[in-house]
Structure formats: C-alpha cells, structure tokens
Unconditional design. Structure first.
Length: 90
C-alpha cells in the first residue's frame, strides 16, 4: 500500500485538483486544529479503505483445496488397486 501511495499519490492529487473543486479555505482556516484533524482522519480512512479493498480477494480463496486434492489422490489410489485386483481375478 505504501508503494502504491508513493507511485500514484501525485497522479491522484493532480487529477483531483483538475476535476474537483479546490477547498476555498483561507490560511487561518488551514491552520485550525479541526482542519488538520479532518485531513488526518480522511487520510486514515483512505488507507483503511484501500486495505479492505485489497483483502477482498481473500473471500475467493479455496481453503479446502489441499485437503480435497489429498482425498482425491487417495481415492485414485484405491480405485487403481481395486481395478488391478479385479483384472487379476478375471
């Protein structure tokens, strides 16, 4: 996330300056503690949102795949053994 922030931070800021109205705040308003707090909260919310979006692929992981493959391999071995025994008895 830090890499993407460094890589795309300037691009996103320049696009937002071009297409979104700039904040019409005076210098004393910029220096208010509330303005700084809201800016920090917005940055933190952006990081949390980015992390949550990045973790969405975890919903699609198949956690039982390894166990299923082991079980399928055992069943294949048993099937081969049964088939070889059946051919041998005929």
């Amino acid at each position: 996330s830090d890499f993407c922030g460094v890589l795309f931070g300037g691009v996103i800021e320049s696009l937002s300056r071009r297409y979104v109205l700039p904040p019409g705040l005076t210098m004393p308003q910029f220096q208010l503690r509330l303005t700084q707090l809201v800016g920090t909260a917005g940055a933190a919310l952006g990081v949390v949102t980015g992390c949550l979006l990045g973790m969405c692929n975890l919903f699609f992981l198949d956690l039982d795949e390894a166990e299923r493959l082991k079980r399928a391999a055992k069943l294949d071995t048993m099937f081969e053994t049964v088939m070889e025994s059946a051919v041998g008895t005929m």
